[in-house]
Design a protein around this ligand. Structure first.
Ligand code: E4P
Length: 217
């Protein structure tokens, strides 16, 4: 399973990347806003640091304009994955980019039908947003499972990139149903290390060690 980090915060990416935890990065217009950085500059900085795919999202709504924007974003670095929304215009742009050998991440996917179209359009990644489905009482993990079944039925190469991950359970749940990749905020990835019994056990070991009066160093 590959780990992408869902942020445009360069320091946070660096911390996880130095630990070998980063197989790629995803950004979106909201994350660029949050970073307060220029999209071209911050994306270049991330691409220089991370070897894997770095998703940069187009913002135009018409296919022709998406294609122009995507080609500009693709010039930032060879590891750019051009991110397009799952609209008919986005699928048109996806097909054009894929035909020219560009990696495409089709985002804002909320149904298996949409995921089939993205695969047919040559997407390298499909991004189903599981947290946003859960927010409206639909089952995001079930969507990942359905897409897994369909892609396997037809040997589609498109990788399932589980997005809109809100908590550690989302990560383990989509891992169990075969997501190829997760993209999660740095805080959620770091929270995977937490367990109350780890904290409790460490507290006890530390207290008992102090009673021995010994030192290792
Ligand atoms: C994915 O590529 C998106 O950037 C992201 O996962 C959206 O997550 P959100 O629903 O928490 O905004």
């Amino acid at each position: 399973m590959k780990f992408f980090v869902d942020t445009a915060d360069v320091a946070a990416i660096k911390e996880l990347n130095d630990l070998g935890m980063v197989d790629g990065v995803t950004t979106n217009p909201s994350l660029i806003l949050k970073s307060g950085r220029d999209i071209l500059e911050v994306t270049k900085e991330i691409c220089d640091m991370v070897e894997g795919p770095v998703s940069a999202e187009v913002v135009a709504l018409e296919a022709k304009d998406m294609i122009a924007e995507g080609l500009k974003l693709a010039k930032i670095a060879p590891n750019i994955a051009i991110k397009v929304p799952l609209t008919w215009a986005g699928l048109t742009a996806c097909k054009a980019f894929a035909s020219e050998g560009h990696m495409v991440n089709v985002t804002l996917c909320f149904s298996a039908a949409q995921a089939i179209l993205a695969a047919k359009a040559g997407a390298a990644f499909i991004s189903p947003f599981i947290g946003r489905l859960d927010d409206i009482n639909l089952d995001g993990v079930q969507l990942i499972e359905d897409i897994r079944t369909i892609y396997d039925n037809y040997d589609f190469d498109t990788e399932i990139l589980a997005a809109s991950i809100r908590n550690v359970n989302h990560i383990t749940d989509v891992a169990l149903v075969g997501a190829d990749v997760i993209t999660a905020p740095p805080a959620v990835i770091k929270a995977m290390a937490n367990h109350i019994l780890t904290d409790k056990g460490l507290e006890q070991f530390t207290a008992d060690w102090a009673k021995t009066g010994q030192k290792i160093l």
